[in-house]
Write a protein that binds this ligand. Structure first.
Ligand SMILES: [Fe+2]
Ligand SMILES: [Fe+2]
Length: 380
């Protein structure tokens, strides 16, 4: 992905245009695939500078992480029985798929659906969301292991090592929930896979942070928050609350590390980071179209994707909120307005720029933390 000149939108996305429906809808996951190999091109760095605490905010985060560990097997009550339909239909109603754009519009693939189809969709859509969370968590596991190797600072290596454990626990907990409580699963979404491959393949260590800690985990933190607010299923609610307390630290890790790195970059280097933040934003927007669910529901995927891209402005609030951590963090890092403000322009085009003044996550993580005496009541 190393570039010499600013790239065009087409070059960045490797397709005709941002809303190229054919390219977005084209997917052919191999259901038999068990292993997926990606070339990791970065150097593993030893450092002989062991001075702990030379980056005090990272050191504080590391100390916080050490006392915030929880156990996915024993800290959650797995005896709780879950009725998937009851648990998830409320989420469909409150998400952007519950609007007239999908239930009544003549072009909607779901316009003739009755209760039976909507019930099935609720379960499929929820299983899809949790499956993508799980795959994204594995991406975070691999990316953070990579950061342990590639970041040059000892405080960051220490912190990243705690995040590796966190991410292993997140993969474990989502898989357990899907396996024991839903029984419906989905392979990794092609747009998410594309993004994860790009992040791991990049040779520049700070790109791992930007792609994973800022973009993928920023979206995850917002998505977990929305789901936590809406769901009434007690096991999931508590599970999400625990995961969020970790994720807020992870996003803070990205913001605090990149602030320092970006200060010394040339305009050309910053532009490359802007392009990557745009590409990642589009990949995640594409992933939210949940094309595999429409496919499994027997709909024309291309039409569903097209309809999903044409959501009226008034109905876009749900997808916008998923960017509520990404945009303020990009602003805090100076990426929105660097150079000629190229990223601001792009985030305006995809309708998320309004979120720029929400709170960034550099320090916000303490609000998400779960103290020992709160563990018992964290489902509230
Ligand atoms: Fe995670
Ligand atoms: Fe994370």
């Amino acid at each position: 992905m190393t570039t010499t000149e600013p790239r065009t939108e087409q070059e960045i996305l490797d397709r005709e245009s941002m809303d190229d429906v054919d390219a977005i809808a084209a997917f052919n996951p191999d259901p038999e695939e068990v292993l997926h190999a990606v070339q990791d091109q970065a150097d593993a760095l030893f450092t002989w500078d062991y001075s702990k605490g030379s980056r005090p905010r990272l050191d504080k985060l590391y100390e916080k992480a050490k006392v915030s560990q929880w156990n996915a097997q024993t800290d959650l009550d797995w005896s709780i029985e879950v009725d998937p339909l009851q648990a998830f239909s409320i989420f469909t109603e409150s998400s952007n798929v519950g609007t007239g754009h999908w239930t009544e519009h003549p072009d909607s693939p779901a316009k003739n659906w009755g209760d039976k189809e909507w019930d099935q969709f609720s379960i499929e859509s929820f299983a899809w969301r949790l499956s993508q969370f799980k795959h994204g968590e594995q991406g975070a596991l691999l990316c953070t292991a990579k950061i342990v190797e590639t970041v040059p600072w000892i405080d960051a290596k220490y912190y990243a090592a705690t995040q590796v454990v966190d991410e292993a626990r997140h993969v474990e907990v989502f898989e357990k929930y899907i396996d024991e409580k839903i029984g419906v699963r989905y392979p990794v979404n092609p747009h998410l896979q594309l993004l994860l491959d790009d992040i791991i393949n990049d040779s520049r260590w700070d790109m791992t942070y930007l792609g994973m800690q800022i973009m993928v985990e920023g979206l995850a933190l917002a998505a977990f928050g929305l789901m936590h607010q809406v769901t009434t299923e007690p096991l999931l609610k508590k599970l999400l609350r625990y995961v969020m307390s970790d994720e807020a630290r992870h996003v803070a890790f990205g913001v605090l590390s990149l602030q320092e790195v970006y200060q010394d970059m040339t305009a050309k280097e910053v532009r490359e980071r802007q392009e990557f933040a745009f590409e990642a934003g589009i990949r995640m927007r594409d992933r939210l179209l949940q094309q595999e669910v429409w496919d499994r529901m027997g709909c024309d995927v291309k039409k569903a994707v097209e309809h999903g891209l044409n959501i009226p402005e008034d109905d876009q609030i749900f997808n916008q909120l998923l960017f509520s951590k990404i945009v303020p963090n990009c602003r805090k890092l100076g990426l929105l307005d660097a150079g000629d403000g190229w990223l601001r322009e792009k985030y305006t085009e995809i309708g998320v720029i309004e979120l720029e003044h929400l709170e960034d996550t550099g320090e916000e993580y303490s609000e998400f933390s779960i103290e020992d005496d709160q563990l018992a009541s964290s489902s509230n």
